[in-house]
Design a protein around this ligand. Structure first.
Ligand code: FES
Length: 511
């Protein structure tokens, strides 16, 4: 896609000028090298030595630049590459008593503002299921892929900008739902809006600074009704409900996921993990929900990895070792030619590398003594594994990034199990939710130690549990009390302060 960018001041960075278009800036700090654009026309700064490190000679010759490094001195025409991302809008409904917040002929919307995607369910007062739904990539990604980058942006510039982007996007999505379902916007009487605490701060236009810095103070943890204060495209007298967050780092999305899981409806010991950029973990045992949030970082979404990407077309999403033919086979999203590797592909690849001796348990790439010596090469000065017939490779540094992310999730899970005085074998139900978690190969995850060994059989995949939880609130008014009860039962552990976590995290980094 090519577009014209007009700088508002001479010499401004292209990454700042580009914020008016839908373009991803994964780090917006000049560290990831993923903001490639081709400059077709216009006056721009000379390419710097630092910028060159991210581009091949061929790319430089073709006019590729990085938006974070390039200053523009005139209107410029650039070409961007947009790939379609898979959005998870499905999940399981638990049994519930149908008593909606809305009258039979009126509507509500349940909105899940995820760090990566936004998904909306349209609900009607006479139906216990969503009548329609819509999902899309969260347009805030242009301010950074992870929460901290976006908070940094809001501190440097203003949180108003991010608030406007999120409201505009939600309004467009509500309009498309209404148009498709032939519903009048004014018939939408309720919106239930969930998300992690930072996303809800941006939605409600509050300064999220306290969420990013110790001691992590927050002005509000929500759990409240309000009027249509932010101009949502629904009834002017409509109401918005934001379910309660548990802490600065365990948001209303975790509350909603716990609600949707039905884990409190029996005496079983249940573990719930939402594996996102922030891994949110809840362990229910003997009347207490122990929970924490662990900064896995965006490596599972491919960010920071040389050939990493989110679940876009052409991303390697599954890798298998065929012992008989001694080959490594892979599949890509929509069977497009391989161009990158996404989280589920990386987990499979690491598991295959371990089983076939390509890496050892410390994560070191082994150069000899296995069937894939020909795939080991040096790329950018790093020992790397290159997939056959594909430009995709995994470097030693990429494996280290995955170890850090895996250590964070496994360490968080182990800390909760330790604090509850349990062993992994005591867990009766293991709920996995979120986009990345839903498409994970459970066997590979267990093989590489991302999830505890021996509980693979107990896995229940919930899909987009945060969205299902927020839909339940709209469809069953009793859910509001349940959310309040969930928050009261939660005992939150700040992992940054936990010596147990430090130990488990280090242990969790080995495969
Ligand atoms: S280098 Fe520009 S977004 Fe990361």
């Amino acid at each position: 896609m090519s577009c014209l960018i007009n700088p508002s001041s001479q010499g401004m960075l292209l990454s700042e000028a580009i914020s008016s278009i839908d373009f991803e800036l994964p780090c917006s700090k000049g560290t990831c090298g993923k903001c490639k654009v081709r400059v077709i026309d216009g006056k721009v700064s000379e390419i710097s030595r630092d910028e060159k490190k991210f581009l091949s000679l061929d790319e430089i010759e073709k006019g590729y630049r990085l938006a974070c490094f390039t200053r523009i001195y005139s209107p410029v025409v650039i070409e961007t590459i947009n790939k379609k991302i898979n959005v998870l809008d499905e999940g399981r409904y638990k049994k519930f008593s149908f008593k909606p917040l809305i009258k039979e002929d009126k509507y509500a919307v349940a909105i899940d503002i995820g760090t990566t995607t936004i998904v909306i369910n349209l609900l009607k007062g006479d139906s216990s299921h969503a009548v329609n739904s819509v999902g899309g990539v969260n347009e805030q990604r242009r301010f950074g892929l992870d929460i901290i980058s976006r908070i940094d942006y809001s501190i440097s510039y203003s949180h108003d900008i991010i608030h406007e982007v999120v409201i505009t996007q939600i309004n467009k999505m509500i309009n498309s739902l209404c148009k498709e379902s032939k519903v009048d916007n004014s018939d939408i009487k309720y919106a239930v809006v969930t998300g992690n605490t930072a996303m809800l701060y941006f939605f409600s236009n509050q300064n999220p600074k306290g969420i990013a810095f110790y001691p992590f103070s927050v002005n509000s943890l929500f759990g409240c009704f309000m009027g249509n204060n932010f101009g949502l495209n629904m009834a002017a007298d409509g109401k918005i409900y934001i379910p309660p967050c548990i802490s600065a780092h365990a948001g209303a999305d975790l509350t909603c996921a716990i609600l949707a899981s039905s884990m409190l409806e029996n005496d079983k010991t249940s573990l719930l993990v939402d594996m996102g950029t922030n891994g949110e973990i809840a362990l229910y045992s003997k009347g207490i929900i122990r929970c924490c949030s662990t900064a896995a970082g965006p490596a599972f979404e491919g960010v920071g990895l040389n050939c990493g990407s989110t679940a876009v077309e052409g991303a390697i999403c599954s890798v298998k070792y065929d012992k008989r033919s001694k080959t490594i086979k892979f599949k890509t999203i929509n069977n497009n030619p391989p161009a990158s590797i996404c989280g589920s592909g990386i987990i499979d690849a690491i598991s295959v590398f371990l089983s076939s001796g390509i890496i050892d348990t410390t994560g070191r790439l082994i150069k000899e003594g296995h069937d894939f010596v020909k795939n080991i090469c040096e790329i950018n000065g790093q020992p790397s594994f290159k997939f056959d017939n594909s430009p995709v490779y995994i470097t030693q540094k990429d494996i280290r990034q995955i170890q850090l992310a895996k250590g964070a999730i496994a360490g968080g899970i182990d800390t909760m199990i330790f604090e509850a005085g349990l062993n992994a074998g005591d867990i009766d139900n293991f709920y996995i939710c979120g986009g990345f978690g839903t498409f994970l190969n459970i066997k590979s995850s267990s093989n590489m130690g991302l999830i505890p060994c021996g509980i693979e059989e107990k896995v229940i995949t919930l899909g987009n549990a945060a969205l299902q939880g927020s839909s339940l609130i709209a469809l069953s008014s009793k859910s509001i009390q349940e959310c309040e009860k969930i928050v009261r039962m939660c005992k939150y552990t700040e992992l940054a302060d936990s010596p147990v976590f430090k130990e488990k995290y280090l242990k969790g980094m080995s495969f």
